[in-house]
Design a protein. Sequence first.
Length: 603
Amino acid sequence: MQDHHRARRRRAVPQDPVVTAAIPDDAPDPADIASAGAVADDGRRGLALAARWLDPAHQAVLGLWWAEACGQLGRADLARALDVGRRHAAVRVQRMRGQLDVARGIVAALDAAPRCADLARTATGWDGTPSPLWRKRLDRHVRRCDTCLSASAALVPPERLVPALGLLPVPVALSTSVRELSASPPVASGAPVGWWQGWVEPVRDGWEAIVARPAAAVTAVALTVGGGATVTTVVMSPERPPAVVVASTPSPDARDRPPETSSSEPSHEPVAPSPAEPVEPPPDGTTRGVVTADLYVAPDGSDAADGSWARPFATVAHAVEVVRPGQTVAVRGGTYVVDEPLRLTTDGAPGARIVLSGYRDELPVLDLGQVPADEWPIVQDADHWTVGSLEIRGSRSHGYVCLSCAASVFEHLDVHDNTRSGLELRGEGTRDNVVRDSAFHHNHDDSAGGSAGIGLGVKFGSGEGNVVMRNRFFENADDGVDLGDFGSAVTLRDNESYGNGFDRWGIAGWQGNGGGFTLGGGDDPPAVAHVLVGNVAWGNGHHGFTDGGNRGALLFAGNVARDNGGAGYFLADAAAVLDGDVATGNDVPAKLGDAVVGDVAAP
């Protein structure tokens, strides 16, 4: 009977393929809780397969990063193994992560049943052996295909597949061999061993990581899967470290070169700078901009041009005015000063999305500081858009407002130093949107005494099927995430919210109480059953997770609250269901009302 009603709900709401797999139920289901561990098991298998798609240099960094994530190496050890400084090591990890994301997306799309017919046609002639050539060809399809994107919508971040944030113990499959060979002590466990083993112990594949770590530096890393079959074996040579790869703004002569055609197989990798001039990676870790487009925008372009590669537009405003369904706008690297409100009003369509994206690994910046404070500088009032690989900063109001929009994707964004919020989804009919793999930070309203300036808001409206996954919300004046006065369930999966609620700007009359995740709010908060799986709230000024007066049947599974200034979980009103949630180092572990089912582990 429950499956029958769930099917009726899903048929009643038209779905875009990119988010169909992520629709939450109206009420918690014990089967959903039980499935959390299975999701992680699938992620480990996909990670092993994705490692085969990485370039050799990135495979080396992956092996070292895995050991670092398990607590057997520090970042200084990793940098010495690569024979680079810590900043260059961070760049290499970030670039490896970008290519790993590409590879995991390909693996997920290839594993989908049924497989996308267009992907099968794209793979015609492929012998099944991972290679850079086929990685680029398949990724070019995957990143623009709604069906293939939906296959990777629920991927568990790799951090969740190994001990993260110093809270969780080394996996049993790793601990024995690593501890025997490593000179460093094992990471201390901050949570019950049984809880985390449900996420890390393999079901289908056996994992083994062997780290040989002489006193000088790590020299070898091997990663194998079930039956002893080697997925990756890397021998490090400090004398010949892999090349440094960083994001960069193109030089003028680079703008004169047209994009490579599909026959020449363009590389995703940007040009490396001199090792003497390291470049910091963007805060969100990586960009995944488009490699080809229908329309181009560049700082040295002209809105009187035709928007081609050779004659790009000068403003994003003109590009979004003329773009049509199924077209892609690529924004070249550089700073674009937005002095009039930018409006996105043209609808895309299922199978014909409109894409607004940075170009490759260039870094376009939308500077919104010239728009008056009484206007929203970017408003999207349109459906079926993908917006990604942009830096959005400096708004005197909200940074980006998605107003009653549907079936849109926001990814690989760096949204910071805006006044009221970084990104806000609001209005009736706000449905089936995905916010993923982005960073929202340092948003603050100096005139509000710390009571405003959130990272992400899904507020003041309703609409089913909105998903927020794998994002970072940090060092905002107010909450990292605020779901105040939103009348439909939102799914939050594998996000981090930390360092929010502190005065970092010298604001007069500071009275902020920002926390990690606020799941309600307003004078009469609606009762909504939001779903939270695998999120982490740590080091916030106030509560880690709070219901905000929401009386709904919130579902919590596998979340962590650490070192928050208030309660790890403040659920005084909600009829919440808790399963496998952990609190440690908070002012109080949890304040739970009588309607809460379950409890919080507080080691």
